[in-house]
Design a protein around this ligand. Structure first.
Ligand SMILES: N[C@@H](CCC(=O)N[C@@H](CS)C(=O)NCC(=O)O)C(=O)O
Length: 204
């Protein structure tokens, strides 16, 4: 298998962290891809994924799998002894909803990066920026208020939350997401020190 990725992408990091947690990291070759909206289209990426987004996983038989959540589900299914996504209906819905929240906050954070570093300065939209920071704050507050959920055995939602924290540290350290959130700040210290995270730190 080959993963089209960039180390700065929190979605690609989620897939890589999942691979580490499942012990599959050595079965996945990495191929660095530049994917920036509004830039010259990357046709190589587009041939594998018409959305031209990373991560995209290329299987040995030539098929592609995307997006990051589908790739994680696929990898999780390769290792029956470990379940990062519970199979039971109610538990699964709970974990996947928490994952949807953490993943949606990553979407907001990546969107903020594009809006503030890629979009031409005279075309930026301050109220969109404020609204998306408010969503991130509200979402992090939800995890702080429900931090008991993070004591569960490691799952896909927790990995996505770790990737969000790592991305905020990487791109928006000045925002200080840990302020007034001592519970998830402490949890994040432990999470980000797992090998699945220390081996996938963005280079910068
Ligand atoms: N829903 C997608 C989001 C992936 C995504 O937004 N990736 C970004 C990099 S972090 C990307 O490829 N951006 C290029 C673009 O939007 O043109 C997933 O979960 O894989």
């Amino acid at each position: 298998m080959k993963l089209l990725y960039a180390d700065a992408s929190p979605f690609a990091r989620k897939v890589r962290a999942v691979a580490y947690e499942l012990g599959l990291q050595d079965r996945i070759a990495l191929d660095f891809i530049k994917a920036v909206p509004g830039a010259e289209p990357n046709r190589e990426l587009g041939a594998a994924n018409p959305l031209r987004k990373i991560p995209t996983l290329l299987l040995d038989d030539g098929r592609s799998i995307y997006d990051s959540t589908v790739i994680c589900e696929y990898l999780d299914g390769l290792v029956p002894e470990i379940a990062l996504i519970p199979s039971d209906g109610a538990q699964r819905a709970e974990v996947m909803t928490e994952h949807a929240l953490a993943n949606g906050l990553m979407d907001a954070a990546v969107g903020l990066r594009y809006e503030t570093a890629v979009r031409p300065e005279d075309a930026r939209w301050p109220s969109w920026i404020a609204d998306h920071w408010d969503r991130i704050d509200t979402g992090l507050d939800w995890f702080e208020a429900n931090s008991g959920r993070l004591a569960e055995p490691i799952n896909l939602a927790q990995i996505a939350l770790g990737c969000l924290m790592g991305y905020l540290d990487f791109r928006f350290a000045e925002k200080g997401w840990r302020s007034n959130r001592p519970k998830i700040a402490a949890w994040g210290e432990t999470m980000l020190s797992r090998p699945s995270f220390t081996e996938t730190v963005p280079a910068g």
